[in-house]
Design a protein around this ligand. Structure first.
Ligand code: M6R
Length: 589
């Protein structure tokens, strides 16, 4: 969370940093600011709201060195005063992360005579750097000291008064460094540098980077080190909407291709899909949509592998009793590979000697690097905060793991491959449906209910999250059989109930539950596998979905729900790619 960007070089750094910040706005967007070296001093400009607000405040200056920040508030409301950069004494910083012991440090610093203007943990970190700089008078020693003094997570860009270099370090928050003919860049994520270069270096925990106009230096434990240059594999096209109104719509429309490329690659390199049959205990750990993908993984692995699988929300897993040992496989699912709770769960699993497998999109991210092995989902850069194509490829990954188990257990034959290859075309058909009428109806609601059983329930969870996060319409998701244990009291005349029925083994049961809502006046939208026959009186609107194996069905069925959420939000005229209060990469607890 929070995007940071810095540049020092021959060009005017201010527009470069502003453009970089715009491409990082998905990481947080409640305020923004820059600090640049101007006439031997440091000038700070910051503003509440989007980067466009900050642009209105710019004074047309030119500078060769600038750092910038786009914020997702953790400590203190979104305001100009709480916005970054912060300056204390000789130090100016931008920060991504949370300093957990900031209160304790603040009290210590107040006793030393420091005064604070903002409510942020970042201003305290800035004062700590100033405090040690005054004591030690050595920039590298001060930065190295931070790992002993600060608790929590951070990626810092630091300007020292009178020095035109940018200093950086990180712990638990990502940071990349890149260079070009005209200068050097540092940022939280790759989109910020893509207009200049595809080559970058990744900072590891507690590395220090020093960016001068002409060189970059990396330091670890007091010594200069060399770092491997990495190359961003995807198309630079990713940073644009390619004619679509929103990134989310573009990313949903990329699904047929993303799925096809994934299938081509992994069927060609089937060894990369691990055989997990030797594990007797499997735990899947993730957050948000990745957790929902994990639930589908649980269903498919149990069915085709006959192995008990438990699925956990990472923010719970890291604090609960979990019976991990060296015979346990812990699967961590994360689009960004930087989700704080998922990283903490991974480290806990490793500490307890479990084997760890990452299902990750972002190449070289923390989870990808720290897991014993990784399957990249190859979904390409996902910019919209609401995940769509990455979720689809997470589910596809679990599906291929289950497929491998099914082959081994002789429950499946290679024939099923044909089913997978129907997916791109079937997804395209879903993209062509007209969702406007339904979207308009849903957009007028305050509450929507999603019901389904087993895998359909897991799909409902994801459909409901999509709707909530971008349309701000409250929705409840229930296993269909559970509704009458309390929640059915909320169903009234006209209440929208969205139900999924794709599993013929339990379709009759779900249909009975749908009828119970219908009898209480519900307006039912049914997503149904096309061969399952249901009585016409049990729904008001129907979306028929091509019959496929459940290994492929789960991937196809989510597409109409993603589009429905998108169009509801569009009807309401909301900021679809950047929903309020959210950020793409949740790097704080
Ligand atoms: O990067 P991750 O996959 O670890 O992120 C996990 C969740 O934060 C993420 O899936 C979130 O729920 C999405 N915004 C939902 O669309």
């Amino acid at each position: 969370m929070c995007g940071i960007m810095g540049y020092t070089g021959k060009k005017n750094s201010i527009p470069i940093v502003i453009n970089g910040l715009k491409s990082l706005e998905y990481r947080g967007y409640d305020s923004a600011g820059i600090a640049y070296i101007y006439k031997n001093d440091i000038k700070i400009i910051k503003e509440k709201g989007r980067i466009s607000n900050l642009e209105n405040e710019l004074e047309g200056d030119s500078s060769n060195t600038c750092i910038g920040h786009t914020r997702w508030a953790t400590h203190g409301e979104p305001s100009r005063i709480n916005a970054h950069p912060h300056k204390v004494g000789n130090i100016t910083i931008v920060h991504n992360g949370i300093i957990e012991n900031y209160n304790e440090l603040k009290n210590k610093l107040i006793k030393e005579g420091y005064k604070f203007k903002s409510e942020t943990d970042t201003e305290v970190a800035c004062a700590i750097i100033d405090y040690y700089y005054k004591k030690l008078n050595d920039k590298i020693k001060v930065i190295e000291k931070l790992k002993d003094v600060l608790k929590g997570s951070y990626a810092f860009l630091i300007l020292f008064q009178g020095d035109d270099k940018i200093y950086a370090t990180k712990c638990g928050s990502p940071m990349i460094v890149a260079s070009s003919m005209n200068g050097n860049f540092i940022a939280s994520d790759i989109p910020a540098i893509l207009s200049y270069t595809k080559e970058y270096f990744l900072l590891d925990e507690h590395d220090i980077a020093i960016l001068d106009k002409d060189f970059i230096k990396f330091i670890k434990d007091g010594k200069e080190i060399k770092k491997e240059k990495l190359i961003f594999q995807f198309d630079t096209e990713v940073a644009s909407k390619g004619g679509y109104k929103h990134f989310m719509l573009k990313e949903i429309h990329e699904e047929p291709k993303v799925v096809k490329d994934y299938l081509d690659y992994y069927f060609e390199n089937f060894d990369l899909i691990p055989d997990i049959s030797k594990y007797r205990k499997i735990q899947i750990v993730a957050c948000g949509s990745a957790y929902h993908a994990g639930l589908i993984g649980k269903f498919l692995i149990e069915k085709y592998g006959s192995i008990e699988v438990n699925c956990y929300i990472a923010s719970e897993y890291r604090y609960q009793l979990n019976f991990i040992d060296k015979n346990t496989l812990v699967i961590l699912v994360s689009q960004s590979g930087e989700t704080a709770d998922t990283i903490a769960s991974l480290r806990l699993a490793k500490k307890n000697k479990a084997k760890t497998l990452g299902i990750v999109n972002v190449v070289g991210s923390t989870i990808a690097r720290e897991c014993d092995s990784v399957i990249y989902i190859n979904a390409g850069a996902e910019i919209a905060v609401a995940t769509t194509k990455a979720y689809v490829n997470q589910v596809l990954t679990f599906s291929l793991i289950a497929y491998k188990l099914g082959l081994k257990n002789k429950l499946l034959t290679e024939d099923i491959k044909k089913e997978y290859y129907k997916l791109p075309n079937e997804i395209s058909k879903m993209l062509k449906l007209d969702y406007h009428k339904l979207a308009l109806k849903i957009s007028k609601q305050n509450n929507v209910f999603f019901i389904g059983r087993l895998i359909d329930y897991y799909l409902c969870l994801e459909g409901s999250l999509k709707l909530k996060e971008i349309s701000y319409i409250h929705s409840e998701t229930y296993p269909a059989g559970e509704l009458k244990h309390g929640t059915i009291s909320l169903i009234d005349s006209g209440t929208i109930v969205i139900s999924i029925v794709t599993d013929e083994n339990i379709s009759e049961k779900t249909v009975s539950n749908i009828k119970e809502t219908k009898a209480r006046g519900a307006y039912v939208i049914l997503l149904k596998r096309d061969d399952i026959i249901v009585d016409e009186t049990c729904y008001d609107e129907i979306i028929d979905i091509e019959k496929m194996s459940d290994l492929a069905m789960a991937i196809l069925t989510i597409v109409p729900l993603q589009l429905l959420a998108y169009y509801v939000s569009d009807v309401k005229g909301l900021d679809i790619d950047k929903p309020k209060n959210l950020a793409k990469s949740v790097t704080v607890e």
